[in-house]
Design a protein around this ligand. Sequence first.
Ligand SMILES: Cc1cc2nc3c(=O)[nH]c(=O)nc-3n(C[C@H](O)[C@H](O)[C@H](O)COP(=O)(O)O)c2cc1C
Length: 190
Amino acid sequence: MDIFDAIHRRRAVRRYLPRPVAREDIYRILDAANWAPSAMNLQQWEFLVVTGKKIREMGESFHAIVGGYAREGASPPGGEEFLRFARTYGGAPAVIVVLTDAADAPNMQRANLESASAAMENLLLAATALGLGTCWMTGPLQDERSLRTILDIPAEKEIVAVTPLGYPDEAPPPRPRHDPDLGRKVRWVE
Ligand SMILES: Cc1cc2nc3c(=O)[nH]c(=O)nc-3n(C[C@H](O)[C@H](O)[C@H](O)COP(=O)(O)O)c2cc1C
């Protein structure tokens, strides 16, 4: 698939088929992530491939966060549907967690986060090119302590984002762009 097609076809997918994803496809996707640019060429990212009962444990943690919004009266986006998504990560057979190096200096924090985010976007686009769905998620980080315990993530690593990975069981429509003609978002400077 052409890179521009992948960019335009990628969607946040929140419902997945139970069909497993071949390990070689997961490696292909993570190889694409590993080819992202990085500040000072540190390649400061790592990937956890989570499957099985660990997804359920992560889901319990995220479900509790989302359920908390509901109890406070601010219904979660998508209501019951979103609660279901939260509990099972949409039924995805795998969840990828992207980590980077923890840093004290703000400039390094930024460099690490930006580099790992570049890897994350490569991951999403490579998955799209293979017909797989993803959803960039930072909501689950609201219960970071649980995530660290469930996945045994040491303090030297920062959690950047999480995405389910699987064959989509929905075809979400494109979310309209705020300025599709780029009249306001682009300024040419000479
Ligand atoms: C930094 C970041 C954090 C996000 N966190 C969540 C999340 O916690 N839960 C979720 O369902 N979607 C999350 N999303 C997905 C966005 O909601 C989605 O990308 C947006 O609505 C546009 O839809 P599209 O990706 O299909 O174009 C996140 C996206 C980004 C880039």
